[in-house]
Design a protein around this ligand. Structure first.
Ligand SMILES: O=C(CO)COP(=O)(O)O
Ligand SMILES: O=C[C@H](O)COP(=O)(O)O
Ligand SMILES: [Zn+2]
Ligand SMILES: [Zn+2]
Length: 309
């Protein structure tokens, strides 16, 4: 199988009413845990690399890890740049062989966001690479109690149509109430599904992307806290909301925090239970196993992408 773009994955996901998981990768154990799960259940897969991941692991290592994953798993995998913040980083990744890049101009004024996305789209499309853009702002949304302020940062449906048409982006990340990290909601979790449905109606057959979509699995939060961690009040997006989003045009669901929590919880417990152990393969192996079973659960029970490869 091969390194592929997300085009075909999204087309099938849209038609099938399910979503493809986009998992952030930072080292070998994370890549292997995710890919082994996808291999077990024959799921399409997007592996994504942030600027932070490139700084931590170095671009050449990450690229080779993903190539190794394709050889070992016999899966089609898309390699995606997560939250590219400039034309230059997108160009670098395209030149390095990424099949998909995100240019995140969501912090820019509307017209500047469009202009930046257009520039990346022109470069990417000429090389067979697809582009994800973002409209609306995610971070900090959960702190807004004022509905009007909330509205201002959520994606405006009519603007989304204009944005897609004028920028030429292949998929669009939208803001409907999710946020990055382990603290997504203070009270009851709430996403603006009415807004999502309006966007989907106005942009039929168009793949949408949900960032900040970790469920912050209570089992792992509790395990972290039970073995020396300190992450009280962590809360994510409930699974049933992700299933609903997947049936409403969301074709890509981004997951990073859940990987971090699964790995950290398992390693914390292992080191507590086996204090005399100091072979990194032991605790990193346990972390990798935790990622594998967590991702398998996501693919089968939340995203519904199992058997779609
Ligand atoms: O959106 C993400 C990466 O772009 C990850 O979101 P989480 O923090 O919810 O895992
Ligand atoms: O959206 C953000 C991802 O979770 C990546 O986070 P990072 O920049 O710490 O690698
Ligand atoms: Zn963003
Ligand atoms: Zn994100």
């Amino acid at each position: 199988m091969a390194l592929v773009t997300t085009k075909e994955m999204f087309r099938k996901a849209y038609e099938g009413g399910y979503a493809v998981g986009a998992f952030n990768v930072n080292n070998m154990e994370i890549v292997q845990g995710i890919v082994d799960a996808a291999k077990e259940v024959r799921s399409p897969l997007i592996l994504q690399v942030s600027a932070g991941a490139r700084k931590y692991a170095k671009p050449a290592y990450l690229k080779k890890l993903v190539e190794a994953a394709i050889i070992d798993s016999d899966l089609d995998i898309a390699l995606h740049l997560d939250h590219g913040d400039s034309f230059e980083i997108c160009k670098q990744c395209i030149d390095d062989g990424f099949t998909s890049v995100m240019i995140d101009g969501s912090h820019l004024p509307y017209e500047e966001n469009i202009a930046l996305v257009k520039q990346v789209v022109e470069y990417a499309h000429a090389r067979g690479v697809v582009v994800e853009a973002e409209l609306g702002k995610l971070a900090g949304v959960e702190d807004e109690v004022n509905v009007k302020a909330e509205d201002a940062t959520y994606t405006d449906p009519k603007q989304a149509v204009d944005f897609v048409k004028r920028s030429g982006c292949d998929s669009l990340a939208i803001a409907i109430g999710t946020s990055h990290g382990a603290y997504k909601f203070k009270g009851e979790p709430k996403l603006d599904f009415e807004r999502l449905e309006t966007i989907t109606k106005l942009l039929p057959d168009y793949p949408l992307v949900l960032h900040g979509a970790s469920t912050v699995i209570p089992e792992f939060v509790e395990m972290c806290n039970a073995y020396g961690g300190d992450i009280p009040g962590a809360q994510g997006v409930p699974e049933e909301m992700l299933r609903r989003a997947g049936s409403l045009g969301v074709c890509k669901i981004n997951i990073d925090t859940d990987l971090r929590l699964a790995m950290t919880a398992a390693i914390r417990k292992y080191l507590h239970d086996f204090p005399a152990e100091f072979d990194p393969r032991k605790y990193l192996g346990v972390g990798r196993d935790a990622i594998r079973s967590m991702v398998r659960h996501k693919l089968v029970d939340v995203l519904g992408s199992d058997g779609k490869m």
